[in-house]
Design a binder for this molecule. Structure first.
Ligand SMILES: *[C@@H]1O[C@H](CO)[C@@H](O)[C@H](O)[C@H]1NC(C)=O
Ligand SMILES: *[C@@H]1O[C@H](CO)[C@@H](O)[C@H](O)[C@H]1NC(C)=O
Ligand SMILES: *[C@@H]1O[C@H](CO)[C@@H](O)[C@H](O)[C@H]1NC(C)=O
Length: 245
């Protein structure tokens, strides 16, 4: 019995350790990459998602080796700390943050910034790497602090950041744009880009490479059934009144 339990727990452990089970906030590294405007990346998010800040996430945190994964559609607030490489060290005089929606996979390759695994961080000591779509019309060109006079260049390339999982419906710049939310409907089961995944099976993508079956329908039609905040508060008031009497 004990041996069976041990084997089972080892099995569960090895299945769980395939991807990085990251906390809702922590430290990560941030790189940037170019993605054409209106491009449909790995998750299959609507083309207009590129009109707002988006990012790719490193493979072992993204949760799939190809196509969509559990990170698709999630929103993160990223706060710049300092560049990973700067000599002398550079400390920005302002604190800059940005909220990104994950629309793409940053493929694993050992030694790369997206090379973090459950057991090995990347060269910045981070298990997660966000790859920001930048430059982009959605982000000011001077988003990354710099000191060209001192360093002779503007772009430090890789930054240490603080990340925090946030609600896309509340915090993402594209939240009011229906054409930017959700997955491309025509791609059917080949796309998965929830508007605001919470981790539940109904609104979070499975791992495509784990072949977890059919993803939830994440085309943006589901956005219209969302209950507005004022209604939630109104209903809450009615319910609390009912209990009062
Ligand atoms: C996913 O990629 C990693 C790293 O290249 C590899 O070790 C792993 O076997 C791959 N998993 C699947 C399911 O293809
Ligand atoms: C999302 O909905 C809008 C209308 O509300 C529509 O124009 C747009 O094409 C939809 N996007 C997708 C990817 O289905
Ligand atoms: C997911 O959706 C199904 C069908 O609509 C429902 O029966 C189930 O309770 C939902 N699960 C969660 C965790 O919300």
């Amino acid at each position: 019995m004990a041996i069976v339990a041990l084997l089972l727990s080892l099995l569960v452990y090895s299945v769980r350790s395939e991807w990085i089970d990251y906390p809702s906030q922590g430290q990560a590294s941030l790189t940037h990459y170019q993605i054409p405007r209106d491009y449909v990346a790995s998750c299959g998010c609507a083309p207009s998602s590129t009109h707002y800040p988006t990012a790719a996430l490193s493979q072992f945190a993204y949760g799939s080796n190809t196509s969509y994964g559990p990170a698709c559609g999630k929103c993160f607030k990223l706060t710049l700390i300092d560049p990973v490489v700067a000599n002398p060290p550079f400390t920005p005089s302002v604190t800059k943050s940005i909220v990104v929606k994950i629309t793409d996979l940053c493929p694993f390759s050992a030694e790369s910034w997206c090379g973090g695994t459950p057991s090995e961080p990347n060269a910045a000591g981070a298990f997660l790497n966000f790859d920001l779509a930048f430059p982009s019309r959605a982000i000011p060109d001077n988003f990354f602090p710099s000191d060209e006079a001192l360093y002779g260049y503007k772009d430090f390339g890789v930054w240490n950041v603080k990340y925090e999982t946030v609600s896309c419906n509340v915090d993402w710049a594209g939240r009011h744009d229906n054409t930017a939310l959700g997955s491309v409907a025509a791609l059917g089961d080949g796309a998965c880009c929830p508007i605001d995944p919470t981790g539940g099976v109904n609104d979070t993508c499975p791992s495509y490479s784990d072949k977890n079956g059919i993803p939830p329908n994440t085309a943006n039609a589901s956005h219209s059934v969302e209950i507005p905040d004022y209604l939630v508060q109104f209903l809450g008031l009615i319910i609390s009144c009912m209990f009062w009497y």
